[in-house]
Ligand binder design. Structure first.
Ligand code: NAD
Length: 464
C-alpha cells in the first residue's frame, strides 16, 4: 500500500466493499492547510452574528439530510439505524449550540490603575481534527462545530474505514453557504495524512480522538511546536453495583451500557463491579437481560446491536476472550450473533478473572464485559480506579451520601448515578489519566479553540 492508495470502505454487516475514496498524501494536507488558513482570515473577520447565522444554516441543512446521513452511517459503520439517526441529529444540535455561543464569546474587563484592561478570545487559526471510526459523525462535530464557531478553519481527517459521512458533511457545509475551504475533509491513512496534519506548522491545534497508543504519539509530535491539543482517548469504565441498589434496574440497564455500538464505545461500562452479597443474584438477573439483546441487521429498526467494524477488530476481540480463558476466566454469559459474512461477535460476560487480567483492565472495544466482586465502598473505589483510564463510570445505590462520596472518589471525567447516560452536547466531556486531556462539549467548548489575549490601554498618555 502506498501513501495515496485508495481507501476501501466495507459494509461491516456483509463484508462487501461499498465505496473507495482517494487517500490524502502529505502534499494534499499541506495544500489543504494553506487554503484553510486563507479561508480562516475572512471567517474570523465576520461579525459574530453573521458567523452564527451561517452555522445555524449549516445545522438546518444537516437536519434536512438527517435520514440520508443516518443511512450512510448504517452502511459504512454498521450502526443500528436508531443510533445513526441520533448521531446525525447530534451534529445538527452541536452546530446549533455552537452557533449560540458565537455572540457570547466575550472577553473580560479587569480593573487596573491608569487605564483599562480587556481580554480578547482570539481564534487559533487552522484546527486539525482527527476522528476514529466508532462514532464518525458526532466526534467530527464535537471538534468542528465549536472550532468554526470560535472563528477557526478546520481540516478534518476521518478514520480510514469510515470517511463517507464526514465527506458528505463537508458538502453540506458548502451547500449551506459556508465559505470554500473553511471545513475540509481529507480521508487518508493515519500514519500519512494524520501525521502530516499533526506535524504541519500551519496547524495551531490538534483535536485527536482515538486510541491511547496513537494519542501518546500525537502528543509527543505536538510537543515539538508546543502545539495546542485536546485528546479524547480510550476507556475501561466501571459500572459499580452496591448491595443497596435497585438490583433489577441495575441488571436491566447493564447490557446496553456495554453493548451499545457493539461495545465500540469509549464510555462502555465493561468493568462491572458488584458487591459480594448480591453478586450471584445480579448474575442471575444479568443472564436473561444479555441473552435477550437482539443482534443482527443494523438497518432493522428492532435491532439493538450490530456488527463490529472490521475483521481486524473481530480478531482482536476474539483474542481477548481466548486470552481470558487462559487467565482462568469463564464466558459465563453469551448472547447470540448472526453466522456467516460480516464481522459478528456475540455479547459476552466474563467472570472468574483477577482485576489485573488483560481482559479486565485493558480496553477490548467489543461486546465483552467482565464482572468482578467487591467487599465495601473502599474496595469498589480501589477497583474502579485500578486501570490507567478514567473516562466514564456509573454507580448504582439508593444511598445519596454514598453516591456523592463515590462520585468524588472515582477518577473519571463523566459519572452517572443510577443511570448510564454520559454524553449530552451541553455538558462537558473528557477523561482523566490515559483517557485524555481537555474537555469537549458543554458551555466551555468554544473557549478551547481560542487563545486569551490581554490588552492594557493607558488613559494617562504616558507610561509612568
Ligand atoms: P486509532 O487511534 O487507531 O485511530 C484514530 C484516528 O487516528 C484515525 O483517524 C487514524 O487514522 C488516526 N491515526 C492513526 N495513526 C496516526 C498517527 N500516527 N498520527 C495521526 N493520526 C493517526 O483509534 P480507532 O481504532 O480509530 O478508534 C478507537 C479508539 O478511539 C478507542 O481507543 C476508543 O476508546 C477511542 N475513542 C475515544 C473517544 C473519547 O471521546 N474519549 C471517543 C471515541 C473513541
Amino acid at each position: 500500500m502506498t501513501d495515496s492508495s485508495p481507501l476501501d470502505v466495507l459494509d461491516p454487516a456483509t463484508g462487501e466493499t461499498i465505496a473507495s475514496v482517494p487517500g490524502a498524501t502529505a502534499a494534499d494536507v499541506d495544500d489543504a492547510v494553506r487554503r484553510a488558513a486563507r479561508a480562516q482570515t475572512g471567517w474570523a473577520a465576520l461579525a459574530p452574528g453573521e458567523r452564527a447565522r451561517q452555522l445555524r444554516r449549516f445545522a438546518a441543512v444537516v437536519d434536512e439530510h438527517l435520514e440520508e446521513l443516518a443511512q450512510l452511517e448504517v452502511r459504512e459503520a454498521g450502526h443500528i439505524v436508531g443510533n445513526a439517526r441520533w448521531e446525525a441529529g447530534n451534529v445538527r444540535d452541536l452546530l446549533d449550540y455552537a452557533a449560540g455561543g458565537v455572540e457570547r464569546l466575550t472577553g473580560r474587563q479587569i480593573p487596573v490603575a491608569g487605564g483599562i484592561d480587556v481580554t480578547f478570545l482570539e481564534p487559533l487559526g487552522v484546527i486539525g481534527v482527527i476522528v476514529p471510526w466508532n462514532f464518525p459523525m458526532p466526534i467530527a462535530a464535537w471538534g468542528f462545530a465549536p472550532a468554526l464557531a470560535a472563528g477557526n478553519a478546520v481540516v478534518l481527517k476521518p478514520a480510514e474505514t469510515t470517511p463517507l459521512t464526514a465527506l458528505r458533511l463537508a458538502e453540506l457545509a458548502l451547500e449551506a453557504g459556508l465559505p470554500e475551504d473553511l471545513l475540509q475533509v481529507l480521508p487518508g491513512r493515519g500514519d500519512v495524512a494524520g501525521e502530516a496534519l499533526v506535524r504541519h506548522p500551519g496547524v495551531a491545534k490538534i483535536v485527536f480522538t482515538g486510541s491511547s497508543r496513537v494519542g501518546r504519539r500525537v502528543m509527543a509530535l505536538c510537543s515539538d511546536q508546543v502545539k495546542r491539543i485536546t485528546l479524547e482517548l480510550g476507556g475501561k469504565s466501571p459500572n459499580i453495583v452496591f448491595a443497596d441498589a435497585d438490583l433489577e434496574a441495575a441488571a436491566a440497564a447493564a447490557p446496553m451500557a456495554f453493548l451499545d455500538n457493539a461495545g465500540q464505545d469509549c464510555c462502555a461500562r465493561t468493568r462491572i463491579l458488584v458487591q459480594r452479597p448480591v453478586y450471584d443474584r445480579f448474575l442471575e438477573l444479568l443472564e436473561p437481560a444479555v441473552e435477550s439483546v437482539r443482534v443482527g441487521d443494523p438497518a432493522d429498526e428492532r435491532t439493538q446491536m450490530g456488527p463490529l467494524i472490521s475483521r481486524a477488530q473481530l480478531e482482536r476481540v476474539g483474542a481477548y476472550v481466548e486470552g481470558a480463558r487462559g487467565d482462568g476466566g469463564t464466558p459465563a454469559i453469551r448472547g447470540r450473533a448472526p453466522e456467516g459474512p460480516g464481522f459478528w461477535f456475540p455479547p459476552t460476560v466474563l467472570t472468574g478473572l483477577s482485576p489485573e487480567a488483560p481482559a479486565a483492565c485493558e480496553e477490548i472495544f467489543g461486546p465483552v464485559a467482565v464482572v468482578l466482586p467487591f467487599e465495601d465502598e473502599a474496595d469498589a473505589v480501589r477497583l474502579a480506579n485500578g486501570t490507567e483510564y478514567g473516562l466514564s463510570g456509573s454507580l448504582w445505590t439508593r444511598d445519596v451520601g454514598r453516591a456523592l462520596r463515590v462520585s468524588r472518589a472515582v477518577r473519571a471525567g463523566n459519572l452517572s448515578v443510577n443511570s448510564h447516560s454520559s454524553v449530552r452536547y451541553w455538558t462537558p466531556f473528557g477523561g482523566f489519566g490515559a483517557s485524555g486531556i481537555g474537555r469537549e462539549l458543554g458551555p466551555d467548548a468554544l473557549a478551547a479553540f481560542t487563545e486569551t489575549k490581554n490588552v492594557f490601554i493607558s488613559t494617562e498618555g504616558t507610561d509612568r
